[in-house]
Design a protein around this ligand. Structure first.
Ligand SMILES: Nc1ncnc2c1ncn2[C@@H]1O[C@H](COP(=O)(O)OP(=O)(O)O)[C@@H](O)[C@H]1O
Ligand SMILES: [Mg+2]
Length: 447
C-alpha cells in the first residue's frame, strides 16, 4: 500500500509545516505540532463541476428513532456507570493511571461478554499473549473464548476485524497502537487521534462495540485521550486510593446515559470486585473529635463519606491551612465565616481538612458538616457518628438547603444515622430527629 503523505499542523492555530518544528512561527506556541494525513488536492477541473450530494435533508418527524441496543456487561457497577450497559456500535474510552486496573476490568468484561456467544477481540499493544493468559487465569477467565491479538499496528487490527465479525473489540491501549499512514511514533497526538478516528469509523459502520484503554500520565493529563473525548461516545475514568485497593470508575461523558455516575470496586488477586452500598465513612464507632459522616451525591447516587478536621495551635507566623479532597479556597471561606459570624477564633490555629477514602467532594452540601468538624476539633468535643449535617454555608453565615435532600437522608438512614442538622424540614417515613439550623452562629451555639 502506498504511504499516505503527511504534514504537521499546529494544534492551536492551524499553521501547516512539512516537518515537525518545536515552536510555531505563526502563534508562537511550543510543542503544538501534530502529524496529520494530507488529503489529496481536489483537481481544478472537478472544482467547477456540480457536486453530487450523498445525503439530503430529511424531516425530523420522518426520521426513525434508533433503538439503543444495550448489553449488560455482567458487572453491575460497570453497567451503572455506562448508564445501563454497552450500546451496540458505541466507542468507550477507559482512562486511568498505570496500574489502576484498566486491563483487569477489560479482561474481566471480555470474559463475561463471550458467554452470550459473542465474538470478542482483545488487542494488546502492551502485553504479550502469555502475559494476558497469566492474568486471565488469575481472574478466572483463562478458558474464555476471547481472541487475543498482540500487535502495535492499526492495520493488523483492522484486517483482523475484516476477516472475522466481532461484536466487541478491546484496544489496550491507544498509546501503543500506530498506523502506518503516519510517520510519527505510537502515542503521539497525531497517531492517537488517527487510530481512534479509524476505530470509531469502523465501530459505527459495522455495529461493533469498541472499548479503548487510555493511559493517563501522573500529572493527571491523559496523553492523548484528553483530546479524544469528543471523538468517542463514552468516557470513563478510573481513580482510587491505591493503599486501600479501592477503585472508583466514573463516567465523565456519556452520549447514552447520565454522567458523573460512579461504580466502586476493590482490587483483589481475583480481579476487581464490586462493592455495592459502599460506605466511605469509617464505621468504627469510636468517638474522636473532628470527624463527621456526610452524604454526597455522585451522579444519581448518594454516598456517605467521612470528613475530618484537625485544628491545632500554630508554630508558624502564618497559620497553615491544608485541604485534601476539598477545595482549599472553599475551606478558607468557611473558616472566615466561622470566625466572623460564628465567633470562632482560628487566627492562631493551623487547620487541616481531609476526606477519608481518597474521595473528592465537589459540592457545597458538605459545608455545614465541615464547619461542624472544624468546630468539633477546635473545641475537642466529639460528634456522635449517628449525627450528620447537610447544608450550604453562605458568606453571610446563612445556611441554605441543597438538592436531593431526601436521597441523602435515606442513604444516611441506611447507614445508621438518626439525627440530622438541616436547613429545612424533610418528609421521611422512618423515625429521625431533625434539628433546624438556618444560620451559623445559632448553629455553633447548638452544637
Ligand atoms: N497477583 C495479584 N494479586 C493482587 N492484585 C494484583 C495482582 N497482580 C496485579 N494486581 C493488581 O492489578 C493492578 C494492575 O492492574 P492492570 O489492570 O494491569 O492496570 P492497568 O492496565 O490500569 O495498568 C496492580 O496495580 C495490582 O493492584
Ligand atoms: Mg494495562
Amino acid at each position: 500500500m502506498a504511504k499516505k503523505k503527511s504534514r504537521y499542523v499546529c494544534q492551536s492555530c492551524g499553521y501547516v509545516s512539512p516537518g515537525w518544528i518545536g515552536k510555531c512561527p505563526e502563534c508562537g506556541s511550543w510543542s503544538s505540532f501534530a502529524e496529520e494525513i494530507e488529503e489529496p488536492e481536489v483537481s481544478s477541473s472537478s472544482k467547477g463541476a456540480r457536486h453530487e450530494p450523498r445525503v439530503k435533508p430529511a424531516n425530523l418527524r420522518d426520521v426513525k428513532g434508533l433503538e439503543t441496543e444495550r448489553t449488560g456487561t455482567g458487572i453491575s457497577e460497570l453497567d451503572q456507570v455506562l448508564g445501563g450497559g454497552l450500546v451496540k456500535g458505541s466507542v468507550i474510552l477507559v482512562g486511568g493511571e498505570p496500574g489502576i486496573g484498566k486491563s483487569t476490568i477489560m479482561l474481566q468484561t471480555a470474559g463475561i461478554l463471550t458467554r452470550g456467544n459473542k465474538k470478542v477481540l482483545y488487542v494488546s499493544g502492551e502485553e504479550s499473549s502469555s502475559q494476558i493468559k497469566l492474568r486471565a487465569d488469575r481472574l478466572g477467565t483463562g478458558t474464555a473464548d476471547i481472541q487475543i491479538l498482540p500487535t502495535n499496528s492499526l492495520e493488523d487490527v483492522l484486517s483482523a476485524m475484516d476477516e472475522q465479525r466481532y461484536d466487541y473489540v478491546v484496544m489496550d491501549s491507544i498509546q501503543t497502537i500506530a498506523s502506518a499512514d503516519l510517520n510519527s511514533a505510537a502515542g503521539t497526538v497525531g497517531q492517537v487521534r488517527h487510530v481512534t478516528y479509524r476505530m470509531v469509523e469502523t465501530a459505527k459502520s459495522r455495529g461493533i462495540t469498541v472499548m479503548i484503554v487510555g493511559q493517563v500520565t501522573k500529572d493527571g493529563y491523559i496523553a492523548g485521550p484528553k483530546l479524544l473525548e469528543h471523538l468517542v461516545d463514552t468516557v470513563l475514568y478510573f481513580e482510587g486510593d491505591y493503599n486501600r485497593g479501592l477503585r472508583i470508575l466514573r463516567s465523565v461523558k456519556n452520549r447514552f446515559g447520565p454522567t458523573n455516575e460512579v461504580g466502586i470496586f476493590e482490587m483483589s488477586d481475583k480481579g476487581l470486585i464490586e462493592l455495592k452500598d459502599y460506605c466511605f465513612a469509617d464505621d468504627t464507632a469510636d468517638k474522636t473529635a473532628g470527624k463527621i459522616n456526610v452524604p454526597v451525591i455522585e451522579g444519581t447516587r448518594a454516598f456517605l463519606v467521612e470528613v475530618q478536621a484537625l485544628v491545632a495551635p500554630t508554630f508558624y507566623q502564618f497559620p497553615k491551612r491544608n485541604a485534601m479532597g476539598i477545595d482549599v479556597n472553599r475551606m478558607n471561606m468557611l473558616l472566615a465565616v466561622l470566625d466572623k459570624k460564628g465567633g470562632l477564633n482560628l487566627a492562631g490555629s493551623d487547620v487541616y481538612v481531609n476526606v477519608a477514602g481518597g474521595m473528592k467532594i465537589t459540592e457545597t452540601s458538605a459545608d455545614l458538616a465541615l464547619c461542624a468538624a472544624i468546630t468539633s476539633s477546635y473545641r475537642e468535643r466529639a460528634v456522635s457518628p449517628k449525627t450528620t449535617f447537610i447544608g450550604e454555608v453562605g458568606l453571610t453565615g446563612s445556611i441554605r438547603t441543597v438538592s436531593n435532600m431526601k436521597s441523602r437522608v435515606a442513604e444516611c438512614y441506611k447507614m445508621g444515622i438518626r439525627k440530622f442538622y438541616l436547613p429545612e424540614k424533610v418528609e421521611f417515613d422512618k423515625e429521625i430527629e431533625i434539628v433546624l439550623t438556618r444560620d451559623i452562629s445559632s448553629f455553633l451555639d447548638m452544637l
